[in-house]
Design a binder for this molecule. Sequence first.
Ligand SMILES: [Zn+2]
Length: 350
Amino acid sequence: MTTEPDDTEQQPAAAAARYTAEWQLFLDWCATIGRTPLPADLDTVHAFLVACPAQPATQRRRLTAIDHHHRAAGHPPPARGGALRDLVRGRPARPARRPLDPAAVDTALRRLPASGWTRGWFGRRDRALLVLAAADIPYRHLAQLTAADITINRGAATITTPAGDVQLAATDQAWACPACAVTAWMDLLYLEATRGTRQVAHVLHYADPLHAGIPHNCYSPRPPDWTGDAIPLLPPIDQHGWTPLDRPTGLSRQSISHLARQAAAGTHQPHRDIPPPASGQQPIEFTDEVLAPTLTYDIQQWQHGIHQRHAAREQLANIGDALDDMDTRIAELEARTKQLLEQGGRVQHT
Ligand SMILES: [Zn+2]
């Protein structure tokens, strides 16, 4: 197995001499099709390697030459995306992500539930997930987003992604409005983090089903500086409706891709509509219509909710410790009993 150096910092002069032909080919190709060779962007380098097919070892030498000449001229080497790495390793290019059909997304938004427990909890998450996926935000970015990356204002949801801001504008009908889908999910996330899952269940249980005449909720501002940066925007939900919101893990990009395609195809898994779990607290009396305008993002309340969830987790951890202690004690008693029985046996036989 031969290995190619992937940078030339250690022996710049030797590498430069060795890769002159590769660099010259790149310069010629750029000149022919009007691309800038120095500094070159990812797209140019990728297009060059695709246009001039060669063995992986040759492609790696070309990349080394390009990187070297960038460094020598005081530029950082061009970025390396996944497709470029695949090319250089001789792997077939990954299939490009197929965009979701806008008509299918629109139909799915009218069909995915936004009320009922646990149905509406999954439904609202997947409505938000669907409109975000339909906006062509990479799944790997969706997997990283937190509640703090969303701003709602004046009929638009702004999503701050690593690749820049994406805006989802309101459409005519609220029940198929992408900005409303995100807003309705943000309201539930906030409720979950501040008041807990039981309150989410009560709100969803009493919420009106979606229908054509519902008003938009995406015009009411949600402050951009709420402290939701530790809350994954798209958390997993278990069959009972519980989410691991106080742990910084969202759905994986594979799960997001899978759920988006299922939702758009109308093959999403149906979820139950059952009475909400019993709660010692008085449920909040609000319907789907009044949910958004009456909720205000209170940072104190948010943090209180997070602390409560952490406290609950610690209490459960203590129960685990107690059970461990009991196990140890039982093992000790068993050993002691066995010892006594053996001693007793010896006494009987003597
Ligand atoms: Zn709307």
